[in-house]
Ligand binder design. Sequence first.
Ligand code: ZN
Length: 296
Amino acid sequence: MTAPDRRLLLVHAHPDDESSQSSATMARYVAEGAQVTLVTCTLGELGEILVPEWTHFSPAELGAHRQEEIRTALAEIGVTDHLYLGGAGRYHDSGMTHDESGRVVAPPERQPNAFWDADLLEAADHLVEVIRSRRPQVVSTYDPFGNYGHPDHVMAHRVAMYACTLASAPAHRPDLGEPWQVERVLWNTHNTARWAEAYAVARERGLELWPEREVDPDDVGPDPDRIVAVIETAPWLEVCRAALASHRSQVNTEDDFWQFYRIMQELPGAGEAYLLAAGRPFPASDVPASDLFAGL
Ligand SMILES: [Zn+2]
């Protein structure tokens, strides 16, 4: 069987990140017959458990449980090509804490195979092999700050960026496959303008969002001029909701934050936003583009 013409690879840190950040994108490209590959870097063993009956789960039990959750989520979205970086359990969730200034950082005590402590080349090589076998034109991951600072998200960014470079180098590890040049690397990001609109609506409805601090809604995402592509959420709302709700241990769709999230997804023009990290720019006349493959 020949591979589909359009091939997309997404790199996420934990089970649930794909559903909260990329479900419309994945659902759309699956529906259009493109090849969609998801790589999840850890099992999310240290996620905060929201379901009272499950709080006794050990990290290993939570990791096993979250593999079930993501399987359900991906069945909703229609993604069949899903891998864990280096195999399930190779890299452990690093966990996160806050330093004195409130910044998100890695906790001092970590598992020996915490993703944050991974050897960058070794971790990237796992992804080089995936890139060379799937041959995606477009790769999506987080920005250098991991979008909000979680060490596993920062690491996912580093691994993805390094792997894209190494995958194209003929001199690098020929045993991992034929070199492949990814044509465009994107960073998924907040859709800043929609976020601000949704924040105002949520406030009006009396939702409790970050009561412990003031949030300037214009500061949560990039300058809207830097957003190069937006994949509309509207056609995929039901899929997005079902995928997110599959992650029951992590997401209570009734709580105020996820209600806010839902308000945002339902706004006219809402969508998953992307920045250009590397490779071929989108045709200037078409920015923000509605297709991640535009101009390739
Ligand atoms: Zn995450």
